[in-house]
Design a protein around this ligand. Sequence first.
Ligand code: G3P
Length: 229
Amino acid sequence: MRLFIDTGSVDEVREIAAWGVLAGATTNPSLLAKSGDDPGDAIRRICELVDGPVSAEVVSDDPERMVVEGRALRALHEHVTVKVPFGAAGLQATRALSDEGIPVNMTLVFTPTQAILSAEAGATYVSCFMGRLDDVSVDSAAVLAEIVGALRPAGAAVQVLAASIRHPEHVVTAATLGCEVATVPAKVLRQMLNHPLTAEGIAKFDADWQSRPELARWLDSLTGTVAVR
Ligand code: G3P
């Protein structure tokens, strides 16, 4: 499963992209508004940092205007994927944009039927929201399993993108269910990274290594450099 970062913050993208684990990013109007940066500059810089698909969302509710906004967003950078909110207008705009060869990420999808319609409209990605389902006491894992199950048999080209990720277990569930992508906030990516037993293990290795100073000298000679301690 590929990992995208879900943010409008260039700084967050730069931090996590350094780990070498990101295949793309997703933004949305709320995330771009929160970042405070110029949206076009932020989108272009994020595209360069992740060197992969970056979703930028249209904001109109009119299908023809959605297409106009989508073309303009796509023109920002070759990595831009146009994000379109689900609905009749969104389906119409998705069909038009995908027919022009512009990749679409259909977002705000909460049911298998919405996912099927999105696939038939030509969406490249279907963003299936997990956290917002859990927020209203709907089992997001069950819904995501239905969506994956509904799209797989037809061999649909559409990629299931797990979104609205609230904690590391959502990422594990998405991977286990066979989603192609999970888009993950920086906070959750950091939670995925950190574990007290890992930190404790590194500290123990270091203490034991330091207990015999000749070991550090050996490694310095092996590398031909002196480690900064
Ligand atoms: O960006 C799309 C989605 O991941 C946002 O979800 O619920 O965190 O706003 P949420």
